[in-house]
Design a protein. Structure first.
Length: 392
């Protein structure tokens, strides 16, 4: 029996009471067994989606048909104290046909048949409303041993959905200990060409989640040895640089780690994997200059902070291998803000337009040269001096 704290949530219990045959599945069961925080709580049920919706509504709960084609609905259950909670519930399924990424499915009421179509044993377990664990393929023992193992034949599982190849490494980075499953590695090597079936967004999503693991470098090194990394990062990479970054105790931030790993063009990678505009800008900024050094004085740090967000400078400091003292100075130094705006110049007869922009840029350069120390009054005084010396 397994009774995680979330099982006592009255919002979840209301859903389980409305669907007596439902069980908790996937990540929440795995992480509860592993003693890790549980984020999303997903359920499965033998009933077809229309009957689940009817049963939930009959119990006074809201139900949304969020993915009827795949047998998925979302139940909304709430209390006056805790507010609403969302639970995704999917009808038990079996595969009729697969194409390397998507499956044509049929509904079933066979829990083992549904579990058999899942990727890894640690993700194929289910839990009843009273805490009864159902484990058809040894997921609990694999989780305890730190082994990520495919359900059934690894090559078959990969041919059904090549995204599982990347998911293997993501789960190994978080749950694996010791040597990886040799049968899985052999199948992965043969399945690498299948990565071409995946959308760039999916590849980046998996890589990003892998890079967020507490220690990603050993798994990235494994991907390099198998030839997987070459397939998903053709721009070039340095596993040693990533390992060095991790050894310095840098945060497990995916874009920071990608900036260390990548040796080729950040623009090219951002285009190919379709990073968001914000992700692209951050990746490029992390690999840009100027880079803080251990010898920067306070004035230099203020100038850096005036031009570049603190988080980017800290990332560059981690990438450059700066010591704790330098990073602490970046953290504690107040980021200066140039104190004048366009409206301040109108009092001196400067009208909005190109001239105003030139004057503001010149004044800001003067302010930066002085270590960003001049306050508003000092900047206005300098502006007045310059205007007095400007021919009419």
């Amino acid at each position: 029996m397994l009774h995680p704290d979330f099982l006592d949530d009255p919002r979840l219990q209301a859903v389980l009471a409305a669907l007596p045959g439902a069980r908790l599945v996937g990540g929440c069961v795995r992480d509860a067994l592993a003693g890790l925080p549980v984020a999303d709580i997903d359920l499965a049920c033998p009933l077809p989606p229309e009957r689940m919706i009817s049963a939930l509504r009959a119990a006074g709960l809201r139900a949304l048909p969020t993915g009827l084609a795949h047998g998925t609905i979302t139940a909304l259950s709430g209390t006056a104290l805790a507010g609403d909670a969302h639970f995704e519930i999917t009808t038990l399924r079996r595969d009729l046909a697969t194409d390397g990424r998507h499956a044509t499915v049929a509904f079933t009421d066979d829990w083992r048949e549904d579990a058999a179509r899942r990727d890894f044993t640690i993700n194929a377990m289910s839990l009843s409303a009273i805490g009864m664990l159902y484990d058809y393929f040894g997921g609990q023992s694999d989780l305890a041993a730190g082994i990520v193992r495919f359900v059934g034949d690894p090559a078959t599982r990969l041919a059904e959905d090549y995204l599982r190849l990347l998911r293997f490494f993501r789960f190994h980075a978080r749950y694996g200990r010791g040597a990886p499953d040799p049968a899985a590695l052999a199948a992965i090597e043969g399945a690498i060409p299948g990565l071409a079936h995946l959308s760039p967004e999916r590849v980046w999503s998996e890589l990003k989640r892998l890079l967020a693991a507490p220690a990603a470098a050993p798994t990235i090194a494994l991907m390099d040895r198998l030839g997987v990394l070459q397939a998903i990062l053709p721009e070039g990479f340095s596993v040693a640089a990533l390992a060095a970054l991790e050894s310095r105790g840098a945060p497990a931030a995916p874009l920071l780690r990608l900036a260390a790993l990548l040796t080729g063009s950040a623009d090219a990678l951002a285009d190919r994997l379709r990073l968001s505009a914000a992700e692209r800008d951050e990746l490029i900024a992390l690999r840009d200059a100027p880079v803080p050094t251990d010898h920067d004085d306070d004035a230099t740090l203020r100038r850096l902070l005036a031009d570049t967000p603190r988080e980017i400078l800290l990332g560059r400091a981690w990438l450059a291998g700066l010591g704790e003292t330098a990073r602490q100075k970046l953290l504690t130094e107040i980021a200066p803000v140039f104190p004048l705006k366009g409206q301040d110049l109108t009092a001196f007869g400067v009208l909005p337009g190109p001239e105003m922009g030139v004057i503001l840029r010149d004044l800001r350069r003067w302010w930066m040269a002085g270590g960003c120390r001049a306050d508003r009054a000092a900047c206005l005084s300098e502006l007045a001096r310059r205007r007095a010396n400007t021919p009419p």
